[in-house]
Unconditional design. Sequence first.
Length: 391
Amino acid sequence: MSDVLVLVPAHGGDPVAVSRAAWNATVDFLAEHQAFHESLLEAWRRAPGVTVSDLQATRMAGVADHEADDPWTAAEDRDGLTRLASFCRDSGGFLVAGPEAMPAPPAPVEPEPEPSLWADRPLPPEPEEPPAWQQRAKRILGPFAVVLIFAVKWIAKLKILLVALPKIAFLKIALVGLLNLGIYALFWGWPIAALVIALLLVHELGHAIAFKAFGLGVARIGFVPFIGAYAMSKEQPDNVWVNAVCALAGPFIGGLGCAVLWWYGHAVDTEMVRAAATLGFFLNLFNMVPIVPFDGGVVVAAFHPYAWFAGLACMAGLAIVFPNVLILLFLGISAWQAYALLKRYRSGDPETLRFYRDITAWQRAFIVVAYFLVAVLLAAGYYESAPPRPQ
């Protein structure tokens, strides 16, 4: 008894070879589902030489489809049932025959060789031996060729490094930003720290908008470790008017961002959001201190560089009332920068004098009004958003 059976479709399709074990498993499957009478199933088990009618094949396909749609059926069984249903449905009935019913495969047809294009052409001549002087040159210049190849590889690596430098700079900025986020989180927690970082970026975005408006371009927006953030222009402002407007845009836009955040925190009644808005108002207001390197110091230079003395007095008084290492650090940095800039101004350098004096009366008046207006609005925002103090 052969171990291979051939299913020959009545519609003249291609015969399908199956093992006797697979055929017996199919008959057992039909018996398990009581799809046919036991006498018919016993007859099919005696294959080869048995026939499955068109009606029986259709019934067999329906049972296989039903079982394949069952979600509990294993994936490998589902594939076999799907193939069985497809064959039975298309066969129109079939004969279960022996292996002799499988047609022999056609003999392979060997392609005729194509005529070669080079059949009638002479072979290329053998390469001539290079002259002795060329062989000596190769031996002498060989080490230099190795050095040249090594240098080219290093130049290629250097080029890749130069291309990657902007990405490295961005990574450095991101790492410093994460450092500041971690430091702020130690004091205020992660949610408030993240919102404060966002408000600092809004503040610097105000500077960037002003840089763009005056055609200075934006070189970079980054973070200062442990302190805050900064924005740099590609070109330096030509005069104190442009410098003051660009500096004032930061606290102005930053204050608007804090106001929006405070309104949202008030609307959803979230104390965490309101606390972040309060901190944002305070940081923007503190940045209006009239001394370099704060934005306020850049702005009041449009009044007159001597206005920095008022800023130094304010910072010194703040250090006395609230003795703090950070305030003393700011006082030292401010005093050093103010001294250096005032020294250049008093030296009579023509370019420095032009920078501070190239401003009209209405521009100076606008800066004075805008500075005090922004400072008052930031102070009002801070006191409005701050939690009530205990009596």
